[in-house]
Design a protein around this ligand. Structure first.
Ligand SMILES: [Zn+2]
Length: 438
């Protein structure tokens, strides 16, 4: 079977299938059941959130010959005509392409005519903010004295561009951007119902980049399914979206915390050279850092993930860069600057102490009394435990301690006590320390 146009195939046909806009569909259904339909509705909200779909369901529901509760039957002649786009009494006008005064004049003449077959003539005007000044005037005249058999449904992504005189004559509904989990869930449902094989992680990835638009999300799923011949893999999804896999993001984190500006810049250039979307990359990287931070805080992070202070600093730097990327003349520049600034700050911080010098066990043992005294000032409650420890080995910035008793070892290895000791060592010897017991 063909996987083309999932969005069309899965376009909601009843109110109950419209995802994430229950505050609107419930009100509309109540109005239908109570027979209190307005003459003009204004549907505002971001693209792909279901404005046109809702308009069509509403057009069907108010004309359906065999309505079931407030839902259209989708089987009668009128419902089918709307679904096929051939209903004579439901007119879809795309204001983006019909801006002329002729259209507007025609509209004024046409609304006077009674519907041919249906109870209501429904005008769905998409992107209504694009109408010309004269067309708005014609529309306003009609809205001031609406014929009883006409319902206008105006849809727009930019309500601030619609004249207030129009807005004030409509019942307004604000469609909200869908949450990532709502979109991911819908993708899983559609995939299951279509028999698509979808690799784990794909729905979440598509949901992340589609910015609240279910239509965009479904059209990406479509493209990936078509390319992959019915199989939807992470790799194909990355190539369709212009995103990179998480290994690349992880590699960038590692270059940055290692203070390797050259490697970080090289990686960014490779991403750009591979034709990836840098704006999307910036967003994905900031998202990735955020999930690393959450893992770290929850204590679920694998070993390579940097500690909380480093992650906080990375996240601050790259969240700002992500904002700048949107307006930058050269998209990669803010990322490159953030990378260089971060690595240099790391070097600076290490540079305040004789950081890159080797620290020997002998050096530590000689300074041990001072370390003890400094630690006693920081954490008096754990200083006794440290006093019962002896430094026995140093590897780079990792110190191995041997304790006289198990209790002291456990006490000192409690997270806050250990962190305080690592920080004390960092202040005395520079670098990032880790403490291990033997
Ligand atoms: Zn029907």
């Amino acid at each position: 079977m063909s996987y083309q146009m999932l969005y069309r195939a899965w376009r909601p046909k009843v109110f109950g299938e419209i995802v994430g806009q229950e505050h609107i569909t419930r009100t509309l259904q109540n109005a239908i059941l109570a027979g209190r339909l307005a003459h003009a509705y204004l549907f505002c909200g971001p693209r792909g959130t279901g404005k046109t779909s809702t308009a069509k369901v509403l057009a069907k529901a108010c004309n359906c010959l065999a309505r079931q509760g407030a839902e259209p039957c989708n089987a009668c002649a009128l419902c089918r005509a709307v679904n096929d786009g051939v209903a004579v009494d439901v007119l879809e006008i795309d204001a983006a392409s019909n801006r002329g005064i002729d259209e507007a004049r025609e509209l004024r003449e046409r609304v006077k005519l009674r519907p041919a077959a249906a109870r209501y003539k429904v005008y769905i005007i998409d992107e209504v903010h694009m109408l010309s000044h004269d067309a708005f005037n014609a529309l306003l005249k009609t809205l001031e004295e609406p014929p009883p058999h006409v319902i206008f449904i105006l849809a727009t992504t930019e309500v601030q561009k619609v004249p207030l005189t129009i807005v004030s004559r409509c019942q307004r509904f604000d469609f909200r951007r869908l949450g990532r989990s709502e979109i991911a869930r819908r993708l899983v449902e559609v995939a299951a119902a279509t028999g698509l094989e979808v690799e784990a992680g794909v729905p979440e990835l598509i949901a992340r980049v589609s910015e609240g638009s279910l239509r965009d999300a479904l059209s990406v799923l479509d493209q990936v399914a078509t390319l992959g011949d019915g199989r939807v893999t992470l790799e194909t999804t990355h190539s369709v979206l212009g995103t990179v896999n998480q290994e690349v993001l992880a590699k960038l984190v590692l270059h940055l915390v290692a203070g390797d500006a050259a490697a970080a810049l090289r990686l960014l250039q490779e991403v750009e050279a591979a034709g990836k979307d840098i704006r999307l990359f910036a967003r994905e990287f900031a998202d990735f850092l955020r999930s690393l931070l959450l893992w770290r805080v929850e204590g679920k992070a694998p070993g390579w993930v940097p500690d909380v202070p480093a992650l906080l600093e990375l996240l601050t730097a790259f969240a700002a860069a992500e904002q700048e990327v949107r307006h930058a003349y050269r998209a990669s520049l803010p990322l490159e600057l953030a990378a260089v600034r971060f690595t240099y700050r790391q070097k600076e911080q290490r540079g305040t102490a004789p950081a890159q010098e080797d620290v020997t066990l002998d050096g530590i043992s000689r300074a041990w009394d001072e370390v003890l005294a400094a630690y006693r000032r920081e954490r008096p409650s754990a200083a006794g435990a440290l006093a019962r420890a002896q430094p026995v080995r140093v590897e780079g910035r990792r110190l191995f301690l041997r304790f006289e008793d198990e209790f002291s070892a456990q006490n000192l290895m409690r997270r806050e006590n250990r962190t305080a000791l690592e920080e004390t060592l960092a202040r005395s010897f520079g670098g990032r320390w880790q403490v291990t017991t033997i």
